[in-house]
Design a protein around this ligand. Structure first.
Ligand code: GLN
Length: 200
């Protein structure tokens, strides 16, 4: 029997419907059956095959995750090492072990051995697009950055997959993926497909 994947999206802030749309299209192109939906309660976390953590404001998302009980449910699955997660922008901040700027109120999930700097591109560069090279991709990728963090340091099992000069903008640690940009805001599905390959 063909398994239907359950892919949850945290629905607190950010481009939630765009993530759902991109993930559904990626599933379709990969000929894989799956449901993609907004996660509402902690019980649902236990049954997920994968989780998407969209961007937004990491302080707000962190507070709501904690208040709703989702934080502890996700943490449990991270400790069991059986929940693939993709975090984009603020989602990347929340996956870090260390946050080095304006960390008030943020309770990171510490899922990846990396240090993240929030809003690291400065005010004049609040949002921009840039062609980047992603390890394993056969052509360059147009990445959209919005008040983006950078991954300043990685250690242990965390691997850099893309950089702008020396700044890491995409990293992976086993089944967890962090990006400082927004793949859901372009029609290029390669990042969502890459994540799908990590699930199936
Ligand atoms: N600057 C935001 C933060 O650190 C992230 C921005 C985004 O997700 N687009 O929370």
């Amino acid at each position: 029997m063909v398994r239907t994947l359950s892919i949850g999206v945290i629905g607190i802030q950010g481009a939630i419907s765009e993530h759902i749309g991109s993930m559904k299209s990626a599933l379709k192109e990969a000929n894989t059956s799956g449901n993609v939906f907004v996660v509402k309660n902690e019980e649902e976390i236990n049954d997920l095959d994968a989780l998407l953590l969209p961007g937004g404001e990491s302080t707000t998302i962190s507070r709501e995750l904690y208040r709703s009980g989702l934080y502890n449910a996700i943490l449990k699955r991270i400790k069991e090492k059986n929940l693939p997660i993709m975090g984009t922008c603020a989602g990347c901040v929340l996956l870090a072990s260390e946050i080095s700027y304006d960390t008030n109120d943020i309770k990171p999930l510490k899922a990846m051995e990396m240090q993240v700097v929030r809003n690291a591109f400065g005010r004049q560069k609040e949002s921009f697009e840039k062609e980047i090279n992603i390890e394993g991709f056969d052509a360059s990728y147009n990445a959209v950055f919005i008040r983006a963090p950078i991954i300043k340091k990685i250690w242990g099992n965390c691997k850099a997959l893309a950089k702008i000069k020396k700044k890491i903008v995409m990293a992976r640690q086993e089944n967890i993926l962090a990006l400082s940009f927004h793949p859901e805001l372009t029609s290029d599905l390669r990042v969502h497909k890459y994540f799908l390959d990590m699930i199936i």
